[in-house]
Ligand binder design. Structure first.
Ligand code: ADP
Ligand code: ADP
Length: 226
């Protein structure tokens, strides 16, 4: 059923030199376990909609419900993954993965074991005591996702997670990340300007028009080729 509901969300930014209408009346749903990808040109409002769903900024009008609850900015079970991996260079891989749990005061034998098992499942156990600069860009993105998963979020928000990677790596890493999301049965909302990335990863694609972002079309992606 519906897990995230975006209802008539609009956003106007007020600045010294006037107003920018970033979002115009967006309505869409995300089902539980679904990967929804929002695609649109740069500057059309993709980061804005993710920030609203995360509760970081308020919409000018409209509402967002997660699991039937209106969002209020205190939802700890949302995981956020950014363009750059934001790993701390002076911390080892496992120390990086533990950060979210440290912030939430949830470091204990059980959570450490869970993190080690995640690293193991996704081929990073041998690198747990390495530093980020000893890993490839793709591996670092995997670490960033595992760090996000470590807090056991029930919703993942991914903001152009592959744009820092070169084209060749991007395809492999997006495949890899999709597999992890599917195995962990996570509901995810990703934004990208790359339509082929959207089609290859998504269960559902929301296409936005140029600024202000309006919904152009919504497509269910059926993976028919094998
Ligand atoms: P995208 O993520 O698609 O690149 P954004 O959501 O970052 O788009 O931005 C959408 C529009 O809103 C842009 O015109 C941007 O300049 C404007 N905008 C974004 N954040 C702010 C802000 N904090 N204050 C004013 N304008 C903003
Ligand atoms: P992206 O396009 O990669 O999503 P941007 O470079 O548009 O990101 O925005 C980066 C940050 O700057 C965001 O936090 C956004 O809210 C803010 N921002 C973007 N445009 C403006 C603006 N015109 N005025 C103030 N803040 C802005």
């Amino acid at each position: 059923g519906k897990f995230v509901e975006i209802r008539n969300v609009s956003k106007i930014y007020h600045t010294l030199d006037g107003e920018t209408k970033a979002l115009d009346d967006l309505t869409f749903d995300v089902d539980k376990g679904e990967i929804l990808v929002i695609v649109g040109p740069s500057g059309c409002g993709k980061s804005t909609i993710l920030s609203i769903i995360a509760g970081l900024i308020k919409p000018s009008s409209g509402e967002v419900f997660i699991n039937s609850n209106k969002i209020d900015g205190t939802n700890k079970s949302i995981g956020y993954m950014f363009q750059n991996d934001h790993l701390f260079p002076w911390r080892t891989i496992i120390e990086n993965v533990m950060i979210g749990l440290e912030i939430q005061n949830k470091v204990n034998d059980e959570s450490i074991e869970r993190v080690i098992s995640l690293l193991d499942t996704y081929g990073l156990a041998d690198f747990k005591d390495h530093y980020p600069n000893q890993l490839s860009g793709g591996m670092r993105q995997r670490v960033a996702l595992i760090r996000t998963l470590a807090i056991e979020p029930n919703l993942l928000l991914l903001d152009e997670p592959f744009s820092a990677l070169d084209y060749q790596n991007r395809l492999a890493v997006s495949d890899d990340i999709t597999n992890i999301l599917r195995r962990e049965k996570k509901t995810a909302i990703m934004v990208t300007h790359d339509i082929s990335e959207a089609i290859s990863m998504a269960d559902k694609v929301v296409v936005l028009s140029n600024r202000p972002a309006r919904i152009k079309s919504i497509h269910n992606i059926e993976l028919t080729c094998n």
